[in-house]
Design a binder for this molecule. Structure first.
Ligand code: SAM
Length: 482
């Protein structure tokens, strides 16, 4: 029997089934243990220190106790601390991105995904480089600067060379004032050598959802194809880091297995990356299973309510305070609003989950990966964020300035966000307002920028940011960053 060891490179030792079962038992036994819950909440709360504010995060056991607790006042406290942490380390900025589906060819048999190879109703499609360029122009014309590329796993149709060509095309398109400045990649687990190639191609984050940490379920949910190999999939982030990618994004597909199990596994994965590589995950995504062609989400009986979903997000925020948290358009405006309050730092906007979806007028459904619940335009999403007190940010500066991995984490921990990320958010928002926003959004946006400039603590930084914003507006200059 495998023994739990966060430092091991063996999937069954760092995501250890017995340790998860022990954790769930401990959490259940202590879910009404108020002194323990209070001490965990106290540990999670950000504290002011000489260098700014620090939050120690929580272990998977501690966070699992909070997740199990159903005492209303304690849950309220969890939400309050989650919001405090979000504001302390990420400020009121929300980073925007869009997924770009390159190919739906796939050789895997994942039972929850419409791209599974047995699905004969969906037309299979793979973008040519000309089509990639068209999609990128459409995305730039909306105002996007950051993409997450998505593809099925198919070594013949979507080999790594194809993905690399697409990345090159995406970065090469400069249409009007548009540019894609950061390409994150969500493709199947691969080799160290391929991760190295992705790193050399200039990718931002490598994202790979675990889908489920429960090995037995994993094997049933992925009955055929290379993705069936649980260990290879679970150890992918270690190979990515070995290949030089130090920003990796984790996630589970909620609804496949029991959420408490997934939650403990997810945090153990984060602890493992920290223990082995000295840096935790850059982001955690919280996708929930959705209806799609050939997929009925009710066939999966572990679906979670909106309330539990909100609690999961808040507990993640407490456990890993410096990790960005992403919610996609799988969720409705209402759910996204609630999640933003408890610590989400990145959202997608105006997403199309079909191959070639952005360059088509009508939302094409035939190759969609899943139904999109939030179908608003990017302009509407930007305005909605501002009306709810957030700063929509199109910033990509950290990765372009080499602030990845632990360098990003130390910026986050040092409390320098207000002198760095905050002005970057305002400058990129200004670019968006000038180039893409409706009049109404522009009016709200400029009022917000004016107010928010005053929050920059350093007078020097404030003066530079103010000057740059004037340059963007009056002299059509772009791409300033701290
Ligand atoms: N093919 C790649 C892989 O194997 O990891 C990743 C790309 S896939 C396009 C992105 C993610 O979509 C998957 O990791 C999965 O979690 C999610 N997904 C698949 N089917 C879904 C569904 N029916 N509803 C919601 N999300 C789904």
């Amino acid at each position: 029997m495998a023994v739990y060891n966060p430092k091991s490179l063996n999937a069954e030792e760092f995501i250890n089934h017995e340790e998860i079962l022990e954790t769930l038992k401990y959490a259940e036994e202590n879910k009404n243990n108020i002194p323990l819950i209070d001490s965990i909440l106290e540990k999670a709360r950000p504290k002011i220190s000489g260098k700014g504010s620090v939050a120690s995060g929580l272990t998977h056991r501690e966070a699992s106790v909070l997740l199990a607790c159903d005492i209303p006042e304690k849950i309220e406290e969890i939400y309050k601390i989650a919001e405090e942490i979000k504001l302390a380390y990420y400020g009121n900025r929300i980073v925007l991105f869009a997924p770009l589906y390159l190919s739906n060819y796939c050789v895997n048999g994942c039972v929850y995904c419409p791209y599974h190879y047995k699905n004969k109703h969906i037309p299979r499609r793979k973008l040519t480089q000309e089509e990639v360029a068209k999609e990128v122009i459409a995305l730039q014309d909306m105002g996007h600067k950051r993409l997450a590329i998505e593809a099925g796993e198919d070594p013949v149709n979507n080999p790594i060379e194809y993905i690399l060509d697409c990345i090159k095309t995406i970065y090469s398109i400069k249409h009007k004032n548009g540019a894609i400045r950061r390409v994150n990649v969500n493709i199947a687990a691969t080799t160290v050598e391929n991760y190295r190639k992705l790193k050399e191609a200039g990718i931002g984050t490598y994202i790979l959802f675990q889908e489920t940490y429960h090995k037995e379920s994993y094997l049933k949910l992925h009955p055929t194809g290379p993705k069936h190999d649980y260990d290879y999939h679970t150890e992918a982030m270690d190979r990515a880091m070995e290949g030089g990618i130090d920003d990796v994004g984790l996630g589970v597909l909620f609804g496949l297995e029991l959420y408490k199990y997934e939650f403990a596994g997810l945090l153990m994965h984060a602890e493992h990356l920290e223990a082995v590589h000295g840096v935790g995950p850059h982001t955690i995504s919280v996708p929930r299973i959705k209806h799609a062609d050939d997929i009925d989400p009710t066939a999966f009986d572990n679906s979670i309510s909106d309330e539990i979903f909100e609690k999961i997000a808040a507990c993640i925020r407490l456990a890993v305070p410096y990790t960005g948290m992403i919610v996609s358009t799988r969720e409705t405006e209402e759910v996204r609003s609630k999640l933003l309050k408890v610590g989400i730092s990145q959202v997608s906007g105006a997403s199309r989950t079909s191959v070639g979806g952005y360059s088509e007028e009508e939302r094409p459904h035939d190759t969609e990966q899943f139904d999109v619940s939030d179908q608003r335009t990017l302009d509407e999403v930007v305005r909605w964020l501002m009306e709810n007190g957030h700063i929509p940010s199109f910033c990509t500066a950290c990765y372009r300035e080499g602030r990845t991995g632990d360098r990003f984490m130390s910026l986050c921990k040092s409390g320098q966000i207000l002198n760095c990320c905050h002005p970057n958010a305002l400058m990129t928002l200004c670019e968006y307002l000038e180039d893409y926003a409706s009049d109404k959004t522009k009016e709200i946006g400029y009022r917000l920028i004016e107010q928010e400039l005053n929050k920059i603590p350093s007078e020097k930084v404030k003066a530079i940011a103010t000057k740059n914003i004037a340059e963007i507006k009056d002299h059509n200059r772009r791409d300033f960053r701290f």
